[in-house]
Design a protein around this ligand. Structure first.
Ligand code: DGY
Length: 406
């Protein structure tokens, strides 16, 4: 971690950053061929993490590792396409009773694998057919088997599926308003309560005959962020395989997300039971709606929100929660820090929406945060104080996003 502005400037040198990123990934490489997020905190394979790692391995000129990472995350495939968010690849059975199954979890995570396949193909890396098929089947499971909200959004079955595990967007269903103690309305985050509730929510999953999660009446959130990522991945895989039905699904989801735009709050609002409550809290992940809703009005609003220092803007990357939200806590897990994987996705969404200058500015602050925090899992958007695991493998995404000055 740099201890002076001069050290920070040296660490931001693109060559130095690539070398540091390579070291982080090398140290976390595991058999049978994947990168764990962190050796102590996260010693197994997490789905969206591995999809991000694969993109960075490709950027580092390591196609074999990029392919191995993606393959290990996706295979073996479930008969109906469902991809678990966690694979225990070392024979560990520590959480078997928690998930109710051996070797993997019983929920998924955002299907970044569509983007990863697209990126590897763009680089001329030959992705084996069985890996592409597993990615397509994974997205199809979410498009065709997973329940939709009444407004047509893809439902989550559990907060962890969002990847944004403790986002205030889930507050209403984690700590119901009526059960909050007086005075706790503004910050209903209670670590033990959330953990217990997450366990409870696994018991109410509705599973397919193959054991894959189809819906959860206790957590039927039509998430704009998750839906936008499903649509973006479907579009990526449609382009790779020429599958028009995936493209049609992506268009339909895009229209459903666009319906959720609320100009007064400058965010997309989730559908379902949180729509009038915590599903309206302004979070950076909700701004990923930009992937599928690129009206001039939404692009302008998202850029303004991400750059305004009283909204999400920060010198070390955007905050994850809008600073004016009562739930905003700049140091607390999923309550305000900057998260590099979200920053990478926002950079991509901005770039694709034609807001290249804003994307470059976001990249510059994120790169700074990654380096100044010591490649932490997340960090304070104002001073880069590290949070969570340090280092964390997904933070190496910072080398992928150009800031326009390199
Ligand atoms: C998580 O905690 O869910 C992450 O994906 C691991 O980095």
């Amino acid at each position: 971690m740099p201890s002076s502005p001069a050290e920070e400037a040296a660490a931001l040198d693109p060559t130095a950053m690539r070398a540091a990123a390579r070291e982080v990934l090398e140290v976390h490489w595991r058999e049978p061929g994947f990168t764990c997020p962190n050796g102590t905190t996260y010693p197994w394979l997490w789905l969206w993490d591995s999809c991000f790692h694969s993109i960075v391995w490709a950027e580092l000129g390591e196609p074999e590792r990029a392919l191995s990472e993606l393959r290990t995350a996706l295979l073996p495939a479930s008969p109906d396409g469902f991809v678990p968010h966690l694979r225990y690849l070392d024979g560990s059975d520590v959480h078997q009773s928690f998930w109710g199954r051996p070797a993997t979890s019983s929920i998924t995570q955002p299907p970044i694998y569509g983007l990863t396949v697209e990126e590897l193909v763009r680089r001329g890396i030959e992705v084996p057919g069985e890996v592409v098929d597993a990615a397509v089947d994974g997205v199809r499971f979410l498009l065709e088997r997973r329940r939709r909200s009444s407004g047509g959004l893809v439902e989550l079955v559990h907060p962890w599926e969002s990847g944004c595990d403790h986002s205030p967007r889930w507050d209403d269903l984690m700590v119901p308003v009526e059960s909050r103690p007086p005075g706790a309305e503004l910050d209903p985050y209670d670590e033990q309560r959330w953990f217990d509730r997450k366990g409870e929510l696994l018991a109410t999953l509705h599973l397919s005959p193959q054991g894959s999660p189809l819906w959860n009446d206790e957590f039927p959130v039509g998430s704009v962020a998750f839906t936008a990522l499903v649509a973006r991945s479907a579009r990526a895989l449609a382009a790779v395989g020429g599958d028009d039905s995936l493209a049609r699904h992506a268009d339909e989801l895009g229209e459903a997300v666009a319906e959720r735009w609320e100009p007064g709050r400058r965010t997309w609002v989730d559908d379902g039971p949180t729509a009038q409550g915590s599903g309206r809290i302004r979070t950076s992940e909700a701004l990923l709606g930009l992937f599928v809703d690129r009206r001039p009005e939404t692009v302008t609003a998202v850029v303004a929100e991400l750059e305004d220092l009283d909204a999400f803007g920060g010198p070390y990357g955007p905050a994850q929660v809008h600073r004016a939200e009562p739930t905003y806590r700049r140091h607390s897990y999923w309550r305000g820090p900057s998260w590099p994987q979200l920053d990478f996705l926002l950079w991509l969404a901005l770039s694709e929406a034609g807001a290249g200058d804003a994307a470059a500015r976001l990249a510059a602050t994120t790169r700074r945060g990654a380096v100044a925090s010591g490649w932490a899992e997340y960090w304070d958007p104002d001073d880069a104080r590290p949070g969570g695991a340090v280092p964390q493998s997904w933070t190496t995404l910072a080398i992928y996003i150009p800031d326009g000055t390199a």
